[in-house]
Write a protein that binds this ligand. Structure first.
Ligand code: HH2
Length: 286
């Protein structure tokens, strides 16, 4: 499906013919795969610039880990972590910056500091987030999560039909955002790989991504180094590069428009080849 292009800072995102690479920049001490690595402002900025050099289309800056079991941090601490990084990246590069936050106050300050997109893994749980997104007019990512990070992987995780339930949740989230004044044309949806899901649920969501495309919005997928890959391969996060490549290729073949990844250089190659196969197959079916 070809969507109306979305303007994200200087980047005009034209879906269908492109897959966009969102580079993960966690300014946190405790993220599951790169926690602590970019916690100092300077190293975070360097990492962001490196990803830009490697071809990232968007840099997703986050100051709060959402790994299973994490407690969350106060807004002041999140701001202290992300704002200097956003300001400096903005000063040094025109590449769009996305703010990965569940808090309206953090999103607002990040936009003032130069961010161009809001990535809200809680899909507007903060009642003010919709207004902030509407007023700023930036693209908004709405993601599915079962419960909250502290508890999402606890107990038995049961869905009757995970894809149908995620699609229904996202459809309602879109309507909630639209009722706050967010333009439908600027919304991007995300099935939330690893957020309250078993290995099978994650695989099912990637395999049936086409059903989420029926929501009529571009789809972002974030499988990078996640634990379903670790469980399949029995490998720690630092050894999930090839597993991530397989998940990215599968997601792109099934229609992903944006992939959120840690390893920009490698995944850009993977995404481009998978996109070439996807386009070939579309041409043949025309
Ligand atoms: N995954 C994570 C964080 N933000 N945002 C979107 N839209 N989609 C995702 O799948 C997604 C996300 C979790 O991964 P990571 O940032 O690497 O880890 P942590 O939350 O521990 O910082």
């Amino acid at each position: 499906m070809n969507h109306t292009p979305i303007q994200c800072g200087p980047l005009r995102m034209e879906f269908g013919a492109h897959v966009y690479l969102m580079g993960v920049l966690n300014v946190t001490p405790d993220s599951f795969s790169d926690g602590g690595r970019h916690f100092a402002t300077d190293t975070a900025i360097e990492a962001g610039l490196r990803m830009i050099g490697e071809g990232a289309d968007i840099i997703d800056v986050g100051g709060e880990s959402t790994r299973p079991g994490s407690e969350g941090v106060p807004a002041e601490e999140e701001l202290r972590r992300v704002i200097p990084v956003i300001e400096e990246l903005r000063r040094r590069s025109p590449v769009p910056i996305s703010i990965d936050t569940q808090k309206a106050a953090v999103a607002e300050a990040a936009l003032r500091a130069g961010a161009n997109m809001i990535n809200d893994v809680s899909a507007l749980r903060d009642p003010r987030m919709g207004q902030v997104a509407a007023r700023s007019g930036v693209p908004l990512v709405l993601m599915h999560m079962r419960g909250e990070p502290r508890t999402m992987q606890q107990g038995e995780i049961v869905y009757d039909d995970v894809v149908a339930e995620v699609a229904e949740f996202l459809s309602q989230a879109i309507e909630r955002a639209v009722s706050c004044g967010v333009s439908r044309e600027r919304i991007i949806v995300d099935p939330g790989i690893g957020f309250g899901k078993t290995v099978e649920h994650n695989l099912e969501l990637i395999d049936r991504l086409g059903e989420l495309k029926r929501l009529g919005r571009p789809v972002l997928v974030g499988p990078s180094r996640k634990s379903f890959i670790g469980k399949i391969l029995d490998r720690p996060p630092g050894e999930r590069l090839f597993g991530t490549a397989a998940a990215v290729a599968a997601a792109v073949l099934r229609g992903a428009d944006i992939v959120r990844v840690h390893d920009v250089c490698e995944m850009q190659q993977v995404a481009r080849v998978a996109l070439a196969v996807r386009q070939r197959s579309l041409e043949r079916s025309r």
